[in-house]
Write a protein that binds this ligand. Sequence first.
Ligand code: AMP
Length: 507
Amino acid sequence: MPHPSANLFDLIVARAGRPGQMALEAPDATALTYAGLFERSGRAANALVALGVKPGDRVAAQIEKSTDVIVLALACLRAGAALLPLNTAYTLAELEYFLSDAEPALTVCRPAALGAVRDLGRRLGLNAVESLGVARDGAFAERIAAEPAEFETIPRAAGDLAAILYTSGTTGRSKGAMLSHENLASNALTLIDVWRFTGGDRLIHALPVFHTHGLFVAVNVALLAGATMIWQNRFDPDAVIAAMPVATALMGVPTFYTRLLDHPGLTREACANMRVFISGSAPLLAETHAAWRARTGHAILERYGMTETNMITSNPYDGERRAGTVGFPLPGVGVRIADPETGAPVANGEIGVIEVRGPNVFGGYWRMPEKTAQEFRPDGFFITGDLGLIDADGYVHIVGRAKDLVISGGFNVYPKEVETVIDAIEGVLESAVIGLPHPDFGEGVSAVVAPRPGMTPTEAGVLAALEGQLAKFKTPKRVFFVDALPRNSMGKVQKALLRETYKDTFR
Ligand code: AMP
């Protein structure tokens, strides 16, 4: 059926569940049926307009997770504004960068931060600052309550801006990835097909909602399938396990799965009603995949994507979900492996940089045309910066980030290859391989190891176990031990932090 406009909100309405069906199931009064969600988003859209938000404007939100984050996201779509969700961990100094870069027409913050953010806004000439709390408290919640529910959704073209998501910015300044209505809609519809989501699904939503995984993959798939989300404001293994008997799907980062494996309540019976467990945002250890399968009978379905491109590949729903791979390119998404320097395609099975083209790929970085141009090939492929290969069966493997590549004595060392060998050593839970400044070699390969609980591997022991397994230039010159690898909220190992911690090792 043709839609009056390409506004993602119209598509959500066209595909929604029954009005009385739960869209966001929550244990308290913030739960919303589909009818309730649409009504509240209309009130919130009226509030945005009353505050001066116009089509094309940005709305920044640094608020705790609650169902009202989704209300605000839908209200932005309806008002034709672009949502700019911000990690709640960002400090006021970081917020200053995002606000001065994006110049939002409205900033929504946590009630406790209202005074400080209003001061900041005044200093930057951004005077519209409202607060929104997790229990429908705060100035913006009051406005929502006071506005009428009817709102005529603003028509949007496919390429119009729907959201700006700032990348985590591990190198240099964080960049705002501009995502269009079509980017988000096309990707969610593809994922619904590939993962077989229907209106009968009940998705456990325990991810943060300032990131593409929780905000777009989970929410858009669920809403466009007319499914129900079991809404949890934070990840709590007890709560996830308690929800599983009445749920059908979970989307998580690898840390969810390792934390759930530590829980005695994770059993085959507890998972009996579950249809699919999906993992992404960071590499899932093959060992976690195997342990999950042994414990629950389910093969975790791993997929790969990034803020700029939405989802790129997925292991198959039917067919072999191969541990340690991220599966096949999604339908309609072009994936190729290229030489990082020249952009020329590499031979089958060779490692290179992963490049992507399709309706899922973003339009560019906010106010950074030169940076944007550098990251696209002339034929429109986006250079992800991830290094990978496509094996003989067509599965995509990720071997690390281009910027994590270690070059030691002129030789390329792919951290993942070394980590895989180290992880197989007795007493090792997991490892991170990094390059540290080295006077002779440029970079010296080094490993940071988290031991298994109760085990105490030593540097000499690890190095002895690596003898004969890896070429000399790939073998770590030093091995450090930590209780746990440092990870960000999406479960990514913070290699930049490790490089900083050990930077003087060889100097
Ligand atoms: P973000 O933009 O924060 O979602 O980060 C995207 C990056 O996360 C990608 O470029 C990859 O480096 C990494 N990533 C996402 N999913 C996976 C996965 N399944 N396996 C390995 N790395 C992943």
